[in-house]
Design a protein around this ligand. Structure first.
Ligand code: AMP
Length: 306
């Protein structure tokens, strides 16, 4: 099934206890598109970059089968820039710089050839832009998943709440779930958030895995215990890409299918954190994927009688 991803395509500068990068390719839509490319072909992208964005990085996305017809290039402007620094535990980070640049007045134009898309992934971006994309699709997709972050809760909460009413699945981390709901307990937070619009909620807990909520059902996917986490940037987006990629591939949006999808999402995230930026995600082969998925299955399989 067809998949459209909207989100930031960016320059990132990252600092972790293991080292520092200059400006490298990043952005929510970059990670989502790369991760989902292992599940669906011709993933469609709506995003914007400035004239400073290297053509070779656009080529990198295209080489992964990403359709960049909807990627606008604003020749006289600068690309979105984000910089973050991770704490020693690698689970928390401080945002050092967010320069919206081209994102400030981004008008997300949806190419005619993208109409009729069945799965929509709204990656991290202004909630107004995310909503505009929903409104510009002539037919509502079968499934709309939205990812966001505290930055947008801080500066555009009302707009975010309006957009949340229109989506099926929300994917956020534990801190963001607490901020959005005002509840410390994640179970209480989930109940409140599911009344805001999305019928399904994913709460990511970094190295402690992810929770999937729908009605009274809860499912847990662990994160793979890794000896070394190099750079967690993009883990949440790679997770989202694996999640929606799997659902789009199977065209099954049942709760059971979503359970598998969060395992696939967790597997994609586990690759991303092994190297800086997108380095690991761009170099996966079929065997890597299969072996990693099997490790996840082994991790959660249990033979027990009650
Ligand atoms: P994650 O580590 O999955 O939460 O996502 C990190 C990515 O999000 C980085 O590559 C950033 O470029 C991107 N990002 C950070 N802040 C924002 C923002 N305010 N809007 C859109 N994308 C962002």
């Amino acid at each position: 099934m067809s998949l459209l991803t909207v989100g930031s395509v960016a320059f990132d500068a990252i600092e972790t206890p293991f080292g520092k990068t200059d400006k490298i390719i990043g952005g929510a839509a970059t990670y989502i598109s790369l991760a989902s490319s292992y599940f669906v072909k011709d993933g469609k992208l709506v995003a914007v970059v400035g004239g400073d964005f290297p053509k070779s990085d656009i080529k990198l996305l295209e080489n992964h089968g990403v359709n960049t017809e909807g990627l606008q290039i604003k020749e006289n402007e600068k690309s979105f820039f984000w910089s973050g620094k991770y704490h020693n535990d690698m689970n928390s980070r401080d945002t050092l710089v967010t320069e919206l640049n081209v994102l400030e007045y981004f008008d997300p134009i949806v190419p005619e050839s993208y109409q009729g898309v069945e799965f929509l992934m709204l990656g991290n971006l202004a909630p107004t832009v995310q909503r505009t994309v929903i409104e510009r699709l002539e037919k509502r997709p079968k499934l709309i998943v939205l990812d966001t972050m505290n930055f947008w809760m801080d500066i555009m909460l009302e707009e975010l709440l309006k957009t949340l009413k229109l989506v099926d699945v929300l994917s956020i981390n534990d801190e963001e779930a607490r901020q959005l709901s005002g509840e410390y307990s994640l179970v209480k937070a989930a109940k409140k958030i599911m009344e805001m619009g999305p019928k399904t909620l994913i709460i990511k807990k970094g190295e402690h895995g992810a929770l999937l909520f729908q009605n009274d059902n809860v499912f847990f996917a662990p994160a793979l215990p890794l000896e070394e986490v190099f750079d967690p940037t993009g883990a949440g987006d790679s997770f989202a890409g694996g999640f929606i990629g799997y659902l789009a591939k199977t065209n099954d949006v049942s709760f059971n299918s979503m359970k598998k999808a969060i395992i696939y999402g967790s597997a994609m995230a586990s690759f991303t954190v092994e190297k800086f930026g997108t380095e690991r995600l761009v170099n996966l082969d079929k065997d890597d994927l299969e072996i990693r998925f099997q490790r996840f299955i082994d991790l959660v399989q249990l033979e027990a009688k009650i």
